[in-house]
Design a protein around this ligand. Structure first.
Ligand code: CA
Length: 483
């Protein structure tokens, strides 16, 4: 292990699903430069976000806490940027700190980035072309394509630094977020038919009402602004759905291709500077994304394609290249892992666990038994995904949709009875068969409810008021009382 404190370089994209990365076995595209990070270091196969939405995931990454602690539960809840973050702790210890790109956790006093020596961020979702850039000096338009512009500004900042103290740089791309606008350099790619996921025609049989209620189906809910051209006339409904899928994926993957090129620029630049060995380089995305899986675009749901984050990292001086890490980690763990690499003490309020030991000297050490997930937005007017929480263990996933009808403004106002889902991912990795009501899973179901209840309490969150106390928990608690 090196004595020198590593630079930290976190490249965070927006909505880039792991299954659109070559290193994760993508069958729809190639990403040689992103893959090269894992080849020089490690790929993490089971990295999950704890609330599959842009702003909440960013807040969890920075603060090392769950949404109910950092306060960024939805897109409408701006961050209190004075909170302790891994960046503020690095800065206290002499790191030079910078962020360029998408911030998306509010704007104005109290919400703009804090504890960064340099910040240049997009406003809200930002623009793909000639983006507005907000700095401490105000707003200006930076000509060019956002993915290139963000990379340029980020590298320029590091190049402007004098002295030997390490730096921490966050490169937060807008791409490949909706509305998927590629630049001319990549506009001709992916015109051959793109493979369609096996679950594209999912009819959600046996699942909760939420799956049918959501307005995320490619066939029905992509807009003309998303598609950019009018569909051909005279197609059958099935053919039209496939046409829309192709159109969606072409632009999505073209945006990813530009990201990959820019990742190549960053790694080449690191090598040229002589910094590659002493830099912890991480590539990740704020959540996953449905790429036609279950017929959907977007994220939000606790299903695998949505909550799974890509995470590839390298640090030649500190991490030996090796097999992919299989233990479960979350975005809440990033802060403590980065601080661990820098040799900086984490804050007490942080709720993650460093997985640096698993990347270095203890490859087989367990990480966590379960991941706690909670999605707070309820029936938003664009996607109509319903709020839910749940637990994911290595094998099972238990989800509770409380369906209380307390939707956000502009929603349908529909409500359903509360519903549970349970998936056995060993036999059903695509999560097509909800076995919550299957008698052979009854014991497991009740045990998982207790595990969820306890984990939620341990993390300082509370169940929805309508959720009954799990029967097993009530019995064991009763037993304790009578002893
Ligand atoms: Ca996102």
């Amino acid at each position: 292990m090196t004595a020198r404190r590593p630079n930290i370089l976190l490249i965070l994209t927006d909505d880039h699903a792991a299954h659109a990365i070559g290193a994760y076995g993508s069958i729809v595209n190639e990403t040689p430069h992103i893959d090269a990070i894992a080849a020089a270091g490690r790929r993490v196969d089971h990295c999950y976000c704890t609330n599959s939405l842009c702003a909440p995931s960013r807040a969890s990454i920075l603060t090392g806490t769950h949404s109910h602690v950092n306060g960024v539960t939805t897109l409408e809840t701006p961050i209190d940027a004075s909170q302790t973050t891994f960046v503020s702790l690095l800065k206290e210890q002499g790191y030079r700190t910078g962020i360029v790109g998408k911030w998306h956790m509010g704007e104005g006093e109290g919400h703009d980035p804090q504890n960064f020596d340099y910040w240049a961020v997009l406003r809200d979702q930002g623009e793909y072309f000639d983006p507005q850039i907000l700095t401490e000096n105000g707003v200006h338009i930076q000509p060019g394509y956002a993915t290139d512009v963000i990379t340029d500004l980020a590298l320029d900042w590091v190049d402007s630094l004098d002295g030997d103290e390490p730096w921490c740089l966050l490169v937060h791309h807008k791409a490949p977020h909706r509305s998927w606008e590629p630049d001319d350099a990549h506009a001709g790619m992916y015109t051959e038919p793109i493979p369609v996921p096996d679950t594209f025609d999912d009819d959600y049989a046996g699942r909760s009402s939420a799956a049918k209620h959501a307005t995320m189906r490619i066939a029905d809910y992509l807009t003309l602004a998303d598609l950019k051209v009018e569909p051909p006339e005279g197609l059958t409904p099935d053919a039209l759905a496939l046409w829309k899928y192709q159109r969606y994926m072409e632009d999505y993957l073209r945006c990813v291709a530009s990201v990959d090129d820019n990742v190549g620029r960053v790694t080449e630049w690191l090598t040229e500077r002589g910094d590659a060995d002493d830099t912890l380089l991480m590539y990740t995305s704020d959540q996953g994304f449905f790429l036609g899986d279950h017929g959907w675009f977007d994220k939000r749901f606790m299903y695998e394609e949505s909550i799974r984050m890509p995470l590839l990292l390298s640090w030649p001086a500190g991490i030996e290249p090796g097999e992919p890490l299989q233990q479960m980690v979350t975005n809440v763990d990033f802060a403590q892992t980065i601080l661990d690499a820098a040799g900086v003490q984490a804050a007490e309020r942080m709720q993650g666990v460093s997985f640096l030991p698993q990347l270095t000297h203890s490859p087989d050490a367990p990480t966590r038994e379960a991941v706690y997930y909670r999605y707070y937005e309820n029936d938003d007017q664009h996607h109509h995904a319903l709020a839910h929480y749940g637990i994911r263990t290595e094998r099972f996933k238990l989800i509770y949709f409380y369906n209380d009808g307390m939707g956000l403004p502009g929603t349908s106002g529909l409500s359903y009875p509360a519903e549970w889902e349970l998936y056995d991912m060993e036999v059903d990795p695509d999560e097509l068969h909800n076995v919550y009501h299957a008698p052979e899973y009854e014991d497991m179901r009740e045990e998982l409810k207790v595990q969820l209840w306890r984990l939620q309490a341990e993390l300082g969150d509370a169940p929805h008021p309508g959720q009954p106390v799990p029967a097993l928990l009530a019995r064991s608690e009763q037993a304790e009382l009578t002893h």
